[in-house]
Design a protein around this ligand. Structure first.
Ligand SMILES: C[S@@+](CC[C@H](N)C(=O)[O-])C[C@H]1O[C@@H](n2cnc3c(N)ncnc32)[C@H](O)[C@@H]1O
Length: 271
């Protein structure tokens, strides 16, 4: 199995690309509001860390920002670049780098952004320190990170609960924190930032094409664990079938992860 960065379990391939597209469909509206609230504007130097297929980087470029997407996954970056080219966005570029050593000129960035990245990292505070170094004094770091422990259904589905908890525990054993969204502000403080804005939102579905998104995602994490040998294929299959039953029920409410939003500022001059 290919691992990326800090043992990142989700990978490349058609279904992972579809998953990133659905993340964009579910979250981009809130992301755009948050980035505008943070002051993102034309001609800003914008960098998205862990950009995946680059949906947010391309949107920032469409606003007129000088936009860079950074990721470790070169397949995703190639698609992101191609999509930027097809839409004539010459001010969007994509670079392969690890967030811990992004290779950016110190104090050169106005707005740094990441979504769904810190919860996959062993050292989120170190990652934020790297962002801090790249930001101009007074520049802002905007993060949207999940709390996967908030996934639930009503009526309760034993399969959803069990696979959610297996994935949470699997993440803990890999040294990453799938409930880290709720700690994002603490990581930012530790990295030296001032807090500007914190909030959270929690998508819920009783129907619709996004209702089963967490079935799909927990299944993808579970498949990684099957390949690692920490979960049996048969048990994963049973749990996925149980989750599909909840998704198919027109009266079962499925709550996705809660998304925590943060705007933090690098002080003008370090005290
Ligand atoms: C869950 S995806 C989210 C992608 C995108 N932010 C979005 O919301 O659609 C996480 C991304 O972070 C990237 N990634 C993981 N570890 C990384 C690291 N250490 N440095 C840079 N990118 C990393 C992965 O390759 C993947 O594209």
């Amino acid at each position: 199995m290919e691992t990326i960065g800090d043992k990142y379990l989700l990978g490349t391939g058609r279904s992972d690309h579809d998953r990133l597209r659905v993340i964009s469909e579910i979250h981009d509206g809130r992301t755009r509001e948050l980035l505008l609230r943070a002051g993102l504007a034309s001609r800003h130097r914008f960098v998205e860390f862990g950009c995946g297929l680059g949906y947010v980087t391309r949107w920032a470029a469409s606003l007129g920002a000088d936009a860079t997407g950074i990721d470790l996954n070169v397949d995703n970056l190639a698609i992101a670049s191609q999509l930027a080219k097809e839409t004539g966005l010459e001010n969007a570029r994509f670079i392969s780098a690890n967030i811990y050593e992004p290779g950016l000129e110190p104090e050169s960035v106005d707005v740094a952004y990441s979504r769904w990245l810190m919860v996959h990292l062993n050292k989120p505070v170190e990652a934020m320190r790297a962002i801090y170094a790249a930001l101009k004094p007074g520049g802002v770091m905007v993060c949207e990170e999940a709390d996967v422990s908030a996934v639930y259904t009503e009526p309760s589905s034993a399969a959803y609960t069990e696979l959610r908890d297996i994935c949470m525990e699997g993440a803990r054993s890999r040294g990453v924190d799938y409930s880290g969204g709720r700690r994002t502000h603490l990581w930012a403080r530790e990295a030296g930032f001032d807090l500007v804005h914190v909030d959270a939102y929690h998508p819920h579905y009783v129907a619709g094409k996004h209702k089963g998104f967490w079935n799909w995602t927990l299944q993808a994490v579970g498949l990684g664990m099957v390949r690692e040998g920490s979960l049996s294929a048969g048990h994963l299959e049973e749990l996925v079938a149980g989750m599909a039953e909840a998704d198919a029920s027109p009266t079962t409410l499925v709550a996705h992860c809660r998304m925590h939003q943060l705007i933090a500022r690098k002080p003008e001059s370090k005290a």
